[in-house]
Design a protein around this ligand. Sequence first.
Ligand code: HEM
Length: 178
Amino acid sequence: MLGIVFTTLVDMLEEKISPEFADEVLVEANLQNDGAYTAVGYYPFSEMEKILTVLVNKTGQSVDQLLYGFGEHLFGVLAGAHAEVMTDKMTVLEVLDSLDNDIHVQVRKLYPDADLPSFKVLARKENVIELEYYSQRDLYKLAEGLIDGAAKYLGNTVTHEVTPTSTPHTYIIRVTMD
Ligand code: HEM
């Protein structure tokens, strides 16, 4: 998992709670490199799981709630850091429609080691999109947070539902825009 994901999470904890809290979490998580992440580094996903476990204990929120809240925050940071990737994207549905064939393709050029999920477009109408999300890491809650973060960023209002499929690590995500 890319360093920018870790640094954004640590920054978010520092801003939303406190620098002391962020430090405590990193110490308790017993991380390989003591939590000294760089945005362009690359770290095992298990390190993120360790941080999330500590956060569950310290905040009382579930992993799902934490991933959702983090995704919402992460979108603004990613889009802010790489505004060029968002050029011409007017609505959240346009963003979702172009994840596999444009946005995450550009991301791969910026970060060749990125572990990107796939978002296959199954159906697209003016105000609704249906995607098939596949990732070994099953981060659909992070995806839901990113979608709501994108909606906020672009000034749209959306509702979404996630349905697991019979294929492992594969989910249908349906997003409707008001
Ligand atoms: C609503 C829009 C988006 C959605 C739903 C989305 C979804 C996701 C998800 C779910 C992941 C986690 C990896 C996984 O599932 O295995 C991810 C990773 C990532 N995405 Fe996106 N994404 C969106 C937009 C963007 C944008 C605009 C950028 C950059 C400008 C971006 C850059 C990245 C990066 C850098 C990673 C980390 C890859 C890694 O850890 O190796 N994404 N995305």
